[in-house]
Design a protein around this ligand. Structure first.
Ligand code: G6P
Ligand code: MG
Length: 220
C-alpha cells in the first residue's frame, strides 16, 4: 500500500492564518468588541460562515440574514486585500523542501482545506502543480473535525485512509485526521495540538528521516 500525504493550507503551507485573524479582528472592532489571538484558535480550520457565527456569539450580536451575508462578504474582501500581493515569500519555512522531497519519491500529495480561496492562493505561491488533488471549501459540505475533506482527498489520490499522513495547524483538523484513521502531524503549539500523533513547531524541524519513517510505517 502506497503512502499519501495531505496538507492543510492556511497556517501549514502558507502564512495566511494571521490575515484571517486580522480580517476578523477588524470586523469585531468595527462592531465594538475585541477579538484575541486566543479566541482565533477556534477559527482555524473552520468555515467562513461558522467563524462569523462564533464571532457574533462572542460579541453578543444578533444579525438578520442579510446583514450576516454582508459581513461575510466584508471579511472576505478584507482578507483578499491582505493576500492580494501574496507571493512565494508567504510560503512557510522549509515547506518547499518537504514537498520537493516527497515529489521526488513519487508520493501522492493532496490539499485538504476549508478555504474557498485555496486555488488562487496556491497559484499565487506557485505550489498548485505539487498536488494531485485539491479538496477545498468549495467542495466539502461537512466542516472539520468531520473527516469528509480528508477522506475525499485520500480517495482522489487513490490511497487508503490508514495509509495517509495529514499535516494540520488546527485542532479541528487534527481531530478530523484522527477520526479518518490517518496519521496526524500537528504544526504549531504541541500543547494546543496535543491530540496529534506527531508534533512540530514548523517544517524546519521535520527531517527526511522522519518522512522516510512515515512512508515505511504506513507501507506495512
Ligand atoms: C481555513 C482557515 C480558517 C478559514 C477557512 C475558510 O480553514 O484555517 O480560518 O476560516 O479556511 O477560509 P476562506 O478563505 O474560505 O474564508
Ligand atoms: Mg490551517
Amino acid at each position: 500500500e502506497k503512502t499519501g500525504f495531505i496538507f492543510d493550507l492556511d497556517g501549514v503551507i502558507v502564512d495566511t492564518a494571521k490575515y484571517h485573524y486580522l480580517a476578523w479582528k477588524k470586523l469585531a472592532n468595527e462592531l465594538g468588541f475585541d477579538f484575541t489571538e486566543e479566541q482565533n484558535e477556534s477559527f482555524k480550520g473552520v468555515s467562513r460562515r461558522r467563524c462569523l457565527e462564533i464571532l457574533l456569539e462572542i460579541g453578543g450580536i444578533e444579525a438578520s440574514q442579510e446583514q450576516f451575508d454582508r459581513w461575510l462578504v466584508e471579511k472576505n474582501e478584507d482578507y483578499l486585500a491582505y493576500i492580494a500581493e501574496m507571493d512565494e515569500s508567504e510560503i512557510l519555512a522549509d515547506v518547499p523542501k518537504v514537498l520537493n522531497y516527497l515529489r521526488q519519491l513519487d508520493v501522492p500529495m493532496a490539499l485538504g482545506s476549508a478555504s474557498k480561496n485555496a486555488v488562487p492562493i496556491l497559484e499565487k505561491v506557485k505550489l498548485l502543480p505539487y498536488f494531485k488533488a485539491v479538496v477545498d471549501g468549495t467542495r466539502v459540505t461537512k466542516a472539520k473535525p468531520d473527516p469528509e475533506v480528508f477522506l475525499i482527498a485520500a480517495d482522489e489520490i487513490g490511497v487508503a485512509p490508514s495509509s495517509c499522513v495529514v499535516f494540520e495547524d488546527a485542532l479541528a483538523g487534527i481531530e478530523a485526521a484522527n477520526i479518518a484513521g490517518m496519521t496526524s502531524v500537528g504544526i504549531g503549539s504541541p500543547e494546543i495540538l496535543e491530540a496529534a500523533d506527531h508534533n512540530f513547531w514548523d517544517f524546519t524541524a521535520i527531517s527526511t528521516e522522519f518522512l522516510d519513517n512515515l512512508i515505511r510505517q504506513r507501507n506495512n
